[in-house]
Ligand binder design. Sequence first.
Ligand code: JB2
Length: 219
Amino acid sequence: MSNPRYLIIGGGGHAAALAEILIKQKKTIIGVVAPEITTGLKIFDSVPQYLSDDDVLKFSVDQVLLVNGIGAMPRQTLRKKIYTRFSGLGYTFATIIADSAEISDYSSIGSGAQVMNNCVVNIGTVIAENTIINTSASVDHDCNIGAHCHLAPGSTLSGQVIIEGNTHIATGVNVINNITIGENTIIGVGANITKSIPSNSIVYGARSVIKNLGETDDN
Ligand code: JB2
């Protein structure tokens, strides 16, 4: 698509952070789709607002690139639903990489994935679709990050780490090398992960206690 036009879905903090990255890259934002603009900032003041997700259908698939501005917090499914619905209809979600991110030429960043300010993605790493690598997260060499994950700000993965799909790595988590973290898992804030974690787990606290997701509330 020459001279792509960007339609942002969501009007909160994550959408605003993405909008600023696009504006700095001199991209054209043609609208924001949200029942309510909740950011509190003026960044969307001059952008047309569309209130319903069905309004996306007013644009043909070759007219726009979608931007998934819905954040991904534990147990929230809206971001994945938006991605699945509109990619199923043939829309393309923009892959967004902040100018301040350091991305290896030998890495791969999937459709709709978002690499925010000051991140590092090192050589040989693969990041799948719709995943957020959030501010100042660092993903070292030969990692494989599944779809619909969120690596929250300041999280750090050493080399050859596998994160399976739908997994949330909270702020400030550290993961040593050669670890696999299963799908649909939540690693709580500040945990230090030194052994592999099964799917559907929640890991929390200074001692990184592991429980099945059904056993406890989020931490
Ligand atoms: O069904 C919807 C819908 N429901 C809520 N469709 C669309 N298109 N938009 C929807 N929204 C909008 O999503 C709300 O009106 C609001 O503008 C936005 C959610 O904003 P909020 O600030 O609550 O969360 P966020 O998704 O921008 O950010 C979360 O995730 C980030 C990764 C936050 O928790 C941040 O702290 C976090 N950094």
